[in-house]
Design a protein around this ligand. Structure first.
Ligand SMILES: Nc1ncnc2c1ncn2[C@@H]1O[C@H](COP(=O)(O)OP(=O)(O)O)[C@@H](O)[C@H]1O
Ligand SMILES: [Mg+2]
Length: 301
């Protein structure tokens, strides 16, 4: 059977349990509200618009993934929400309050490893707690709890260089969550990990999210990752960056990689693929000029 014969459901079709779950999510308070956000840069006297008119609401304990082609402004959006960059227009409200600059109400985990190499794992997690005025004993006890949560209690006295990439990211998650953020912003946190570790980390993150009262804004270019993790998926387009669609993920929870071949998963993935790799692009690629003609018989199919 060719793939064109494969009959997939509409990606908007939701089983009753999934529809009921989205109904419950919509009834929860809005934690993050982004309104008409715009970001532009001056480049050689001209204005380059990164994105324009980006608006979205994220509800409490919702897991939102952001996907979109490279350069559409995903990281810029994450940095502005985190308060690390300034918007050129629009506003961001967290719990109804305008966001201005970084704050402990937002935790951030990046792709690159950002632990302090000269501090032990425990001290890395304690750092923010002590910065916010907690005494050493309290900070130490809380850091241990968070390290336990990410399965690294045994490594509290290790230094970052002694850990694998996945373990470093688990410490980074513990460190971000220790400050009790309202929202955890993750910019391609698993992109540098090998496929197997990435899969484990996705499992860890789902477990942690179940136990902690936190809302997650997760940027990724991996469509499988978005379909596995997200409640809703914000699809961004490029030139200029903008919101193309905000999709309610039809895949039921609890999730597991076994669902990668379920009809809902495939229908969603197909929709995401259409956005990220539109057919026009494929046609254009086929029309690329032949740069070097090979010997007869070298043709590939
Ligand atoms: N400081 C900056 N000055 C000028 N242009 C920038 C700056 N930061 C990002 N950009 C531009 O903004 C666009 C979006 O970047 P980014 O948010 O990193 O995209 P993504 O994460 O989706 O790949 C890119 O075209 C990038 O060149
Ligand atoms: Mg990026």
């Amino acid at each position: 059977m060719s793939s064109s014969e494969l009959k997939l459901p509409d990606y908007r079709e939701q089983a009753p349990a999934v529809a009921a779950r989205f109904q419950r999510i919509r009834e929860r308070p809005v934690i993050l509200s982004v309104r008409d956000l715009k970001k532009s840069f001056g480049v050689n006297g001209a204005t380059h618009i990164v994105f324009d008119n980006v608006s979205l609401n994220i509800h409490r304990r919702e897991f939102v993934c952001v996907v979109g082609p490279s350069g559409c402004g995903k990281s810029t959006l994450a940095r502005i929400v985190a308060g690390l960059d300034e918007a050129s227009g629009g506003e961001i409200l967290l719990d109804g309050q305008a966001v201005a600059g970084p704050g402990s109400d937002r935790g951030m985990v990046f792709q690159g490893y950002t632990l302090f190499p000269w501090l032990t794992v425990r001290r890395n997690v304690m750092f923010g707690l002590q910065m916010h005025g907690k005494d050493v004993n309290t900070a130490e006890a809380e850091a241990r709890e968070w390290l336990d949560m990410v399965g690294l209690a045994k490594f509290e006295n290790s230094y970052p260089h002694e850990l694998s990439g996945g373990m470093k990211q688990r410490v980074a998650i513990a460190r971000a969550l220790a400050n009790n953020p309202r929202i955890l912003i993750m910019d391609e946190p698993f992109a540098a990990l090998d496929a197997q570790t990435r899969c484990q980390m996705q499992g860890y993150l789902m477990q942690i999210w179940k136990k902690v009262d936190v809302t997650i804004l997760f940027i990724t270019h991996d469509l499988d990752e978005a379909a596995l993790l997200a409640d809703r998926i914000l699809v961004m387009g490029t030139n200029p960056g903008r919101v193309v669609e905000f999709i309610e993920n039809p895949v039921p929870r609890p999730r597991s990689p076994d669902q990668f071949i379920s009809p809902e998963f495939l229908a969603l993935k197909k929709r995401l693929e259409e956005h990220i790799h539109p057919p026009m692009e494929m046609e254009a690629a086929e029309k690329l000029p032949m740069i070097k003609l090979t010997e007869a018989g070298d043709e590939v199919e």
